[in-house]
Design a protein around this ligand. Structure first.
Ligand code: IYR
Length: 245
């Protein structure tokens, strides 16, 4: 592996943090282990293969899942970078049958309007046709866990004061991706579900006014033998462009 040996001040005219900044806020040396090139490629290929095997089932097994696994996946997701390090997310988890039943009933009610009363326009319904989704959401009751990821539109301090959060959608989107990867890595399946509109989740889960539902994750094991659409992922050339030499 190539290492360019050069003093930081020869590379950076404005080193970070500046002496002034470091006198005002705490800093620490970044912990980082450089791997040899072969290990890097090996790990990259292994991780790609792992993630490429991830699928979104629409039928889950009722088999229970220990709370600790959900906690670990949330802790992992919460390592996501966020605007001004505000971590503007809240993962609301339930395995309570009554709560799950209420979520299913409300989600199906909204989806009934989407699918059967054409709240989703024709183009949208056409795009969904190969997935064959409909207003039935039985998995919301069968999966052992439901985790709803809420975005914190602003911070609500205990004394009632409000503070702005920044890049909330971007931050929560990144955390959602890391949550999905963490679940897959530890051996659980999930489905990104966005019952629309989903304000009912704020009410059913008793969340405060500063939180807005972002995405809902039923979590568990796939029902044995479950089928998923035989979809192909775009080849690298269709999703990546290298500009310049
Ligand atoms: N929210 C609806 C519709 C739906 C929309 C998209 I885009 C999907 O990829 C899947 C479903 C539902 O959950 O059925």
């Amino acid at each position: 592996m190539v290492r360019i040996v050069v003093a930081p001040e020869d590379l950076y005219e404005f080193p970070y943090p500046s002496a002034d900044l470091e006198s005002k806020y705490p800093f620490e040396e970044m912990v980082f282990t450089r791997l040899d090139q072969r290990t890097m490629v090996e790990r990259a290929e292994e991780f790609y293969a792992l993630m490429d095997g991830r699928r979104s089932p629409r039928m889950f097994s009722p088999d229970p899942v220990p709370k600790r696994l959900i906690e670990l996946a949330v802790a992992t997701a919460s390592t996501a970078p966020s605007g001004a390090h505000k971590q503007p997310w809240r993962f609301v988890a339930t395995q309570n049958p009554e709560v799950k039943r209420a979520i299913r009933a409300a989600a199906e009610e909204e989806e009934r309007v989407n699918y059967l009363e054409n709240r989703m326009n024709e183009e949208w319904q056409e795009a969904l046709a190969p997935l064959g989704t409909d207003h039935h959401k039985e998995f919301l009751e069968v999966a052992p866990w439901i985790v709803v990821l809420f975005e914190e539109r602003y911070e609500l301090r205990p004394d009632g004061q409000r503070r702005k959060n920044y890049y909330v959608k971007e931050s929560v989107g990144i955390a959602a991706g890391m949550f999905i990867a963490a679940l897959h890595n530890l051996g659980l399946a999930t489905l990104t579900h966005t019952p629309t509109p989903m304000n009912f989740l704020t009410r059913l889960l008793g969340r405060p006014e500063n939180e807005r539902p972002f995405v809902l994750f039923p979590i568990g094991f796939p029902l044995p033998g479950v089928k998923v659409p035989a979809l192909k992922r775009k080849p690298l050339d269709d999703v990546m462009v290298i500009v310049g030499a």
